[in-house]
Design a protein around this ligand. Structure first.
Ligand SMILES: *Cc1c(COP(=O)(O)O)cnc(C)c1O
Length: 369
């Protein structure tokens, strides 16, 4: 019996989710976003399952290095580009695409020596259309685009991109304004376009349409992992399958008397004599400490709920709904039959935060389902 918390990654679900993204994308190229260790599912593993993607998107150069070291030969886009001038040589050596979002990066490229004779760097020009995180001001875009195209070490085929701040709210006018702004700024510029993230793909068809005859790209993270990007809906509601099931075992079952209190700070009082189970998982594994009493778990197939505070290594469970539960029984924290979105709602956070939060103590395994 393994008492270790287990994250099972469903490779089949990843593949089917990717296929569904492609279908919804209606001919758009698909960048599978695998930043933050594949949203916590494992970078190399997710990349392998996404062999059919047109590119992988990572947050930083180190992730690109990790993928190349693992033998990955897919197109890889580093979503924040180089962090310092010395990174450029690594981008070239590893053949990584660079998102160029800031004047300093443009200056490093312009100052590069011996870039001309080498394989040109593929650049994505990021435009800040209203999120005000990364990207060039619209007023600078035409000039930056021309400068990039004139650089001998940069591929003239530049992808124009922007990122949405609120595309998960399908009636939020900010997204419509961002799309309009993007179209206005890029109307005269050559190159493929890339606007939509997961929520953009679902809710903003105008963000998908290829413009100027150029092939467009969608950049999808959440949906790939079956994670919902829409408040109040689960990934399954949107037609996607969870790619992670988190489970552990019961290591104690006992009767506790009415009015006795459970766990740290004695916050939860038993309303009657009742069975309390203890499962081997806690915030030391990445299960959220903020999960409130009443947060559901599955004990075997029965739905039960946690009571008391989440500890570092353990959680306590009201077993009145699973009266036959025994030490050694499987406890599922989230996954196929228990949407991670439900747990996130009980913990005051979002699903992405939970899957990204698994610690090194969790044992990762994969299946082909
Ligand atoms: C994370 C990220 C995405 C993917 O977002 P999802 O909502 O997970 O689909 C796309 N583009 C950029 C620039 C990102 O940082």
């Amino acid at each position: 019996m393994s008492r270790t918390a287990l994250a099972t990654i469903h490779l089949g679900a990843l593949r089917r989710n990717l296929a569904r993204v492609r279908e919804l994308g209606k001919g758009a190229k698909v960048m599978a976003v695998v930043k933050a260790d594949g949203y916590g599912h494992g970078l190399e593993r997710v990349a392998r399952a996404c062999a059919q993607a047109d590119a992988l998107g990572v947050a930083a150069l180190g992730d690109g290095l990790r993928l190349r070291s693992a033998g990955n030969r897919q197109r890889i886009v580093v979503l924040s580009g180089p962090d310092e001038p010395g990174d450029l040589a690594e981008f070239r050596r590893l053949q990584l695409d660079a998102v160029i979002h800031h004047e300093s990066q443009l200056a490093w490229l312009a100052a590069e020596r011996h870039a001309a004779g080498r394989r040109p760097l593929r650049a994505w020009l990021k435009i800040d259309t209203g999120m005000h995180r990364l990207g060039f001001d619209p007023a600078r875009v035409a000039d930056v685009h021309a400068k990039l195209r004139a650089l001998p070490g940069v591929d003239a085929d530049i992808v124009l991109m922007t990122h949405f701040a609120a595309s998960d709210e399908f009636d939020n006018g900010l997204t419509a304004a961002q799309i309009a702004r993007f179209d206005e700024v890029t109307a005269e510029l050559a190159g493929a376009r890339s606007l939509a993230n997961s929520a953009g793909l679902l809710g903003w068809p105008t963000a998908l349409a290829a413009r100027g005859g150029a092939q467009s790209w969608v950049r999808v993270g959440g949906l790939l992992y079956g994670l919902s990007v829409v408040d109040g809906k689960t990934g399954a509601d949107l037609g996607f399958e969870p790619a992670m099931t988190l489970s552990t075992r019961l290591i104690s079952v006992k009767q506790v008397k009415r009015s006795e209190r459970i766990g740290y700070a004695a916050t939860w009082e038993c309303p009657e004599d009742m069975p309390i189970g203890v499962a081997a998982i806690g915030y030391g594994d990445g299960y959220p400490r903020s999960a409130q009493p009443g947060t559901p778990v599955l004990v075997n197939a029965a739905r039960a709920a946690i009571v008391g505070r989440v500890s570092m290594d353990l959680i306590t469970i009201d077993l009145r709904n699973a009266p036959n539960a025994q030490v050694g029984d499987r406890v599922t924290l989230w996954g196929r039959d228990l949407p991670v979105e439900t747990i996130a709602a009980h913990a005051g956070t979002i699903s992405y935060d939970l899957t990204c939060g698994m610690t090194r103590r969790v044992l990762f395994v994969e299946d082909d389902d």
